[in-house]
Design a protein around this ligand. Structure first.
Ligand code: URA
Length: 283
């Protein structure tokens, strides 16, 4: 085997700029730095993939990824209005899934790998609505599949429920916020017509709002989860249903504060009892 010259040892072979860019993203991903972005999504995943695919001699050109350019040109109010029109036009969950996936008005989409809409059984009498996809959910494309999701599954199992058989699960936000930051009020307002339509079309008998963001968004309140949890609320859907809703501590919070599991357990028992109540008629 020929010896490397000193020059080869100290200066790795020259790479094209697109290869260097792809290596740059890969190096950060290996180091666990996946959010090379500020609070505004920039489509880093797509940038990395595009850089890797680019022909070796091509000059790197600035790229916008993910959402259509329209997303950058309309205001949050306009986007929320567009979402409301798109959601109202859907008469089935399948149509709604397609409408959400096609919607480009939420800038979070630009930084996300997947649109994460729901998991479980559409039409189940229990529906859980969480906050937003995290890293694992973004990768897999389903809500609550990471550590918090595993705990949610255990919590549901404790009241004899499972997403495979009798729970429907979604979030108030369908795209992962950069670095798992809390979704902004504007992002929540833009996604709201879609999650509300999803609830209307699925007509659950009981809702669980998992965490403060879910509860505050759907109940249109600024009250925090510490005060909301444990007390039934009547959630009024745009379609005219009144559904009992239980705000619950988010499983991710319970992972950090296991002492609060006792309270969550009490709230889950209340949910179990309420679903068993005769006379709930959202069929
Ligand atoms: N947390 C949520 O609120 N939703 C998910 O889907 C995952 C984590």
């Amino acid at each position: 085997m020929p010896h490397q010259t000193e020059d080869q040892e100290t200066h790795p072979p020259k790479r094209s700029s697109s290869e260097a860019l792809a290596a740059y993203f890969d190096w950060h991903a290996l180091a666990g730095v996946e959010d090379l972005i500020g609070p505004e999504p920039t489509g880093a995943y797509a940038l990395s993939a595009a850089a890797a695919k680019a022909p070796p001699k091509a000059k790197p050109t600035p790229q916008r990824t993910g959402a259509a350019p329209a997303a950058a040109l309309i205001t949050g109010d306009e986007a929320a209005q567009q979402a409301a029109v798109a959601a109202a036009a859907c008469t089935t969950t399948e149509e709604l899934f397609a409408a959400i996936a096609a919607f480009d008005g939420c800038s979070l989409k630009q930084g996300a790998r997947n649109t994460v809409i729901c998991d479980g059984v559409p039409g189940a009498d229990l529906m859980v609505v969480g906050e937003a996809p995290g890293k694992d959910e973004d990768r897999i494309g389903k809500p609550f599949v990471g550590r918090a999701g595993k705990l949610l599954d255990k919590m549901l199992a404790a009241i004899g429920r499972a997403r495979e058989t009798d729970v429907f699960i979604s979030n108030v936000i369908f795209w992962r916020p950069p670095g798992n930051r809390t979704p902004t009020e504007a992002e929540r307002a833009i996604c709201l017509p879609f999650i509300e339509r999803l609830i209307d079309l699925n007509r659950p008998k009981v809702l669980i709002f998992a965490g403060g963001v879910s509860a505050k968004t759907l109940l249109r309140t600024e009250t925090g989860i510490m005060r909301l949890r444990g007390a039934w609320r009547d959630y009024e859907t745009p379609g005219g249903l009144t559904i009992p809703a239980m705000p619950l501590y988010h499983p991710a919070f319970l992972l950090r504060q296991p002492a609060q599991k006792k309270a969550a357990w009490r709230d889950l028992l209340a949910v179990q009892a309420r679903i068993g109540t005769a006379g709930l008629t959202n069929d």
